[in-house]
Design a protein around this ligand. Structure first.
Ligand SMILES: Cc1ncc(COP(=O)(O)O)c(C=O)c1O
Length: 394
């Protein structure tokens, strides 16, 4: 059979770092081992029932069996505006300041196509969610990595960036609460970001995928809550994490009208909008009873408490994450991130993601997802403890 060579665009796509890990996990599981997989970011709990029921009812509506309007149904855009007002006291114009997305991932990749030409510069976090790089690579633009260091609370330090690169940059990706570091941002940081972005005419893309998941009673800050945010950027939100709807593929971008227009334009060419019944169920999620969201956050928080406590008990000095459903754990001396992740996999049958898979500055850490119940998380900590790597004080 003829094998067709791929385009230069596809050749530029970054390697899927975690594919190797997935293979190793599959091999161990197929040998019958009881593997505790904390290596992925796939929410483990189901979508709240009232949202699923709304989809079932909506699926019967013949209006949705036709093509949806290209940029999505107005009712969903209006629901997004109501959601932002209710949750963040931010005014969003449903017509010009909302783009409906097939999940945040789609928008995060599309935005590079929308705003970058070949050779342009984009700033992105290191470590960071790998898909920012996918879009930048497809646009044939140049990435400049902003290290997220523990000493800076995993926030980029704009003063330390090269001035010429800052001036050249057209796009800046941020993500708080942060995957993978679990760092959180406050209003002062977003205010500073807006100032830097305005000075250098950079479009800010804030990935707010974990916007609902803040612990210890602290609600994560939206970028849109800072004055001037809409002048200089957009925020991408997803229903994947807030409502356990990762498989449904629904998200949205809000903010700067010119960017929203560009996102809608590229989507006009790539797709017709989401299945109307999914849009109706998404409206229900955003506007309906939010009890399930509070319960979900409480579940992650109590998993976090158990996991961190048990890891500290075995002598692993870890920080409690303040948001997201990830823990960013320092690798003990004498191991690289990959070596340590391999050791946990092979000897404890516990899967974590090596930090260097998220970028060079992720070296020295592994990421564990709080995506198993408390018992399994405690079991994972106990198995790691049995390896005798950490010195306990007793
Ligand atoms: C930081 C971050 N952004 C975006 C996404 C993608 O979200 P969605 O399911 O809406 O595409 C994820 C998913 O893991 C993520 O961790």
């Amino acid at each position: 059979m003829q094998s067709f060579p791929v385009s230069d665009t596809l050749k530029r796509l970054p390697e899927q770092f975690f594919a190797k890990l997935v293979k190793k996990v599959q091999a161990l599981s197929s040998e019958g081992h009881d593997v505790i997989n904390l290596g992925q970011g796939n929410p483990d709990l189901p979508t709240p029932n009232h949202i699923v029921e709304e989809l079932k009812t909506a699926a019967d509506n013949p209006v949705y069996h036709k093509y949806s309007p290209f940029t999505g149904h107005n009712f969903l855009k209006e629901a997004v505006a109501t959601f932002y007002k209710r949750e963040y006291d931010v005014d969003i114009d449903p017509e010009s300041e909302v783009a409906i997305l097939f999940g945040a991932k789609t928008g995060l990749v599309e935005i590079s196509q929308c705003l970058l030409n070949a050779g342009d510069t984009a700033l992105l976090p290191d470590p960071g969610y790998p898909d920012y790089m996918s879009g930048i690579a497809m646009a044939n633009a140049n990435p400049v990595f902003m290290p997220l260091l523990e000493k800076n609370n995993f926030l980029p330090n704009y003063q330390q960036l090269n001035q010429a690169e800052l001036e050249a940059a057209k796009l800046l990706f941020l993500n708080y609460p942060n995957n993978p570091t679990a760092g959180v941002a406050n209003k002062e940081f977003f205010d500073e970001t807006i100032e830097v972005a305005k000075q250098n005419e950079i479009c800010v893309v804030h990935d707010f995928a974990y916007g609902a998941i803040g612990f210890d009673g602290k609600k994560p800050q939206s970028f849109m809550q800072s004055a001037g945010a809409k002048d200089i950027g957009v925020e991408m939100y997803t229903l994947s994490k807030t409502y356990n709807m990762a498989g449904w593929r629904v998200g949205f971008a809000v903010g700067n009208t010119s960017v929203i227009k560009s996102l809608n334009l590229i989507q006009d060419h790539l797709y017709v909008s989401l299945f109307g019944a999914v849009q109706q169920a998404a409206e229900k999620a955003l506007l309906g009873d939010q009890t399930a969201v509070d319960e979900l956050v409480a579940t992650y928080e109590s998993r976090r408490n158990v996991f961190v406590e048990k890891l500290q008990e075995i002598g692993w000095n870890v920080q409690a994450p303040r948001g997201t459903f990830f823990a960013w754990l320092p690798v003990p001396e004498g191991y690289t991130s990959e070596e340590f992740a391999d050791l946990l996999l092979e000897k404890a049958h516990v899967v974590v993601a090596p930090g260097n898979g998220f970028g060079e500055a992720g070296e020295g850490f592994v990421r564990a997802g709080l995506l198993a119940d408390e018992e399994r998380l405690a079991e994972a900590a106990a198995r790691i403890g049995k390896l005798g790597i950490f010195k306990t004080s007793y």
